[in-house]
Each structure stands twice: as C-alpha cells, then as structure tokens.
Design a protein around this ligand. Structure first.
Ligand SMILES: Cc1ncc(COP(=O)(O)O)c(C=O)c1O
Length: 449
C-alpha cells in the first residue's frame, strides 16, 4: 500500500483502524518468525515482518461515557450553564504549569484568538515555519497578515532559527513557531530574536502536549501557546482547542474575545459600545471527554518517549536512515509522529515511494508527511485577494513572491518518513518489528529497485 498521497489525518486515521497492517495481514498469515525478518520483502511476495495491527486510536473508558451522559441529561450543555469546561481548563493549565487556560472549539480557533489578543492583524507580517499543518498558514492569512516563511532545519524538522532574522521587516509583528510532530522548536533562539526585534511569540503547540523546553512545557515559553484536541491528537476530544498563557491581562483579552467580547477581568466596557469578540466557546460535552482523556496523557507521553528512544537506537546505524535530532534544550518530546529522513542514495536509489510501500507491506504503516504547500497555489490566491492587495504594497508582494524559496524544506519534503504516535504506544517488541522491517528492506535494497 502506498501512503504517499494520504494527508496526515487520513494517515493517522488509517493507522488507528489498523487498515494498513490488515492489508499486509491478508497477504501473509505467518507472524514474527525469523524468516519473516530475513526473507524476501512482503512487497515482492515474501512474508511480512508484522501481521497484527498496532494500537488503535482514540482509546476511551467508562468515565467518559458516564460524564457525557450526565451532561446530556442535565440540559446544561454550554459553558455558561455548567462547570466542566472550567474544570478542564484548570486541570490543563495545572498540567502545563501555566497560570491560565481558555478552551476553544478547536486548535485553529485557538490560534486565531491568540493572534487577535496580541493585536496581530491586517498589514502585519508573521514569521512561520513552512513545515506544518495548513492551519498554521490559514490562521495568519485569515487574520489578513502575511505568513513569511523561514526555512526548515532538516535535522530537527523545525523552523531554522538561523533563517528567521533575514525574513524580518518593519511590518513583522510576531513569530509563530510550530513544535511540529511534537518535537520542540529551538525556543532559546526564537525568544532571543523576538526580544531583539520586539516581536510577540505565539507557540503553535497543536501537536506538542507535554513536550518540554528546558523543563518548561511547550506552549508556556512564548507569550501565548495554542493546542488542538482534534480526534487524532494525544488528548483527543473530536474537536477542541486551548490557549494558555501567564499574563493575566492578556488572558482576560483571550477570554473576552472567545466569549462574544463580554467584559472579563481587566477587560471592561469603556463606553456603551461593546468590545469586539466572537464565539469560540468549547461545549460541556467536549470538556467531559477532555477530562477523561487527560488522565492518560502523562503515562502515554512517557511511553512514547521511551519507545522513540529505543527505536532511534535500533535504526540509527542503518545506512540511509537518518533519525530526527532533538535540540539540546529539549527535555521532553511529545512524539505526535516519529520522523526520520530516507536517503535513497544509500538504498540503491530505491525511491522513497517504493520504500514507503515496502515498509507498509511489512506491516508498518508509514507516510511521507507534508509536501511543500507554498507551491500548491494557495499563495497566489491570497496574494491576489482584495484584502492582501489593499493591505500590502505591490513592491512588498513582488518581493514576497520572489522569496518563496525554501531549499532545505523542499529537500525535507522529499526525504521525510513519518510513523504515527500509536506505533510508539505498544511494547518493545513492537518497536523491534519496526526496526527489523526497516533493516530487512535495507538488506533487500537491490531487489527493491
Ligand atoms: C500544527 C497544527 N496547527 C494547528 C492545527 C489546527 O488544529 P485543529 O485541527 O484543532 O483546528 C493542527 C491540527 O491538526 C496542527 O497540527
């Protein structure tokens, strides 16, 4: 099975239902004996290394069922009439060591709320990573600000701090680093650059629950941090999001804005005119699911980290397989995905698509990850739009088009291989299956070409 064209969510959904492994299983009945690991690749008719599915996702228990039902029966479904969202916000803030948390309907709206609260909007420029889920681009574009990409550090898959300053102009207002795949970006460098240029920092931690930079949780290092609780996420609610922060007045603004501009704390009506706002409130049901899911987050995160370390130790010496690096300041990763780079030159020039198909056939679901989305045509749509042609000069947009070149990111998009977080939730033997499958493909690289 070739996963090349699956989006991250489709890929994660496929992994969760065990579909990829099931496809391999239907071809090969045997499991786990030595010949599976050493013989002919499954894609060429041999036996797959692994025929049972990896753990599914999401996982839930009775406590969620009972709580959701009790909310349904109470008729108190919106946060104005219940306490569940408030409870969840308190718990999540506590877990992160943040002073405050405001929940939203999803991560996209958490980011939009954070941008608004920090007064980032029309005519501003925001430095972002090109290697991210499309929502990170969309929220900047949706705020009528220019998403200015800084190239990617291919070793860590994160925004390259060395490429940020050259992209700063007099219009730059914010840096929006993404802890993509759940691996923290270099926050020391990003915060230093922000300080030097008087910029605000909004962390897109939508894939990085409980990840840490020097002992501080991802999302609590910058001015505001944003999270997603969408179905595929480590704290899955179906949909859901949160903004966290330590500045009380700023968080009052977040609260007020997400709740129709109602006055809150330091946000007061100064006249008879209402305060600008919108409705991004989380429902009580969402929070009930969140409260049950939050219980497993710590132990799951620990397991993902242990298994990720073990996997790295098993595959790091296979020629052509380059595991991701973590910056020295990372004290913990979240591992929403486990990424490595595939160097086909060391695999007898077997194309990555063939490698992915062969690995999937061995019973290890995998994907190629993000493509260079700035080439998809989206850029021209917004650059030509009424909003952007009014907010930015012709000269600025011309320069912007000229600078839409990210060679390191382009290369990474050609070499990346992702394994989903659920593959890291099993046993050490599961990780051995992954490593053995990769080794088997390397040993058979001449036959795969
Ligand atoms: C990096 C990143 N940013 C933002 C979002 C948006 O979150 P949501 O899907 O909850 O709107 C996601 C979700 O996948 C994400 O992965």
């Amino acid at each position: 099975m070739n996963n090349r064209n699956l989006t991250r969510r489709e890929f994660l959904a496929t992994v969760s239902t065990g579909t990829v492994a099931a496809v391999a299983a239907s071809r090969v009945p045997a499991y786990g004996n030595v010949s599976n690991r050493a013989g002919k690749p499954a894609i060429l008719g041999g036996q797959a290394v692994r025929t049972k599915p990896f753990p599914g996702w999401p996982v839930w228990d009775k406590s969620a069922e009972e709580h959701v039902l009790s909310i349904l029966r109470s008729g108190h479904w919106f946060r104005g009439r219940g306490e569940t969202v408030t409870q969840f916000e308190k718990k999540y803030a506590e877990l992160l060591g943040a002073k405050r948390c405001v929940c939203t309907v999803n991560g996209t709206n958490a980011l939009l709320t954070a941008l608004h609260a920090l007064d980032v909007g029309v005519g501003d420029e925001v430095i972002v990573s090109p290697y991210t889920f499309i929502a990170t681009y969309n929220v900047v574009i949706g705020s009528c600000a220019l998403p200015v990409f800084a190239d990617t550090d291919p070793e860590t898959f994160q925004i390259d701090p060395d490429k940020i300053e050259e992209r700063i102009t007099e219009r730059t207002r914010a840096i929006l680093p993404v802890h993509i795949l759940g691996l923290p970006a270099n926050m020391d460098r990003i915060m230093a650059i922000a300080k030097k240029h008087n910029l605000v920092v909004i962390e897109d931690a939508c894939q990085a629950w409980l990840a840490e930079w020097r002992g501080k949780k991802a999302g609590t290092v910058g001015d505001l941090g944003c999270f997603s609780f969408q179905n595929s996420k480590h704290l899955p609610i179906g949909e859901g999001g949160a903004v966290v922060g330590n500045d009380e007045e700023l968080m009052d603004r977040v609260w007020s804005y997400h709740n129709c501009g109602r006055p809150f704390g330091s946000v007061k009506r100064t006249s008879s005119y209402p305060i600008i706002g919108t409705n991004r409130r989380m429902t009580e049901y969402q929070a009930a699911v969140g409260l049950s899911q939050i219980k497993r987050l710590e132990s799951d995160t620990q397991r993902r980290n242990e298994n990720a370390r073990y996997l790295t130790s098993r595959i790091k010496d296979i020629p052509g397989i380059v595991p991701h690096k973590l910056y020295e300041g990372v004290t913990r990763a979240a591992y929403h995905l486990y990424p490595f780079r595939y160097k086909k030159e060391q695999f007898n020039n077997v194309p990555r698509s063939r490698f992915l198909a062969a690995l999937s056939a061995e019973g290890v679901p995998c994907s190629s990850g993000y493509g260079p989305q700035y080439r998809d045509g989206l850029m021209e749509v917004f650059l030509n739009s009424k909003n952007f042609t009014r907010a930015f000069s012709k000269a600025r947009l011309k320069k912007y088009r000229r600078e839409l070149r990210y060679p390191a990111n382009d290369r990474l998009c050609q070499e990346a291989v992702w394994l989903s977080q659920t593959l890291l939730l099993g046993s050490k033997a599961d990780i051995d299956d992954i490593a053995d499958a990769i080794q088997k493909l390397y040993d058979n690289r001449d036959k795969l070409a």
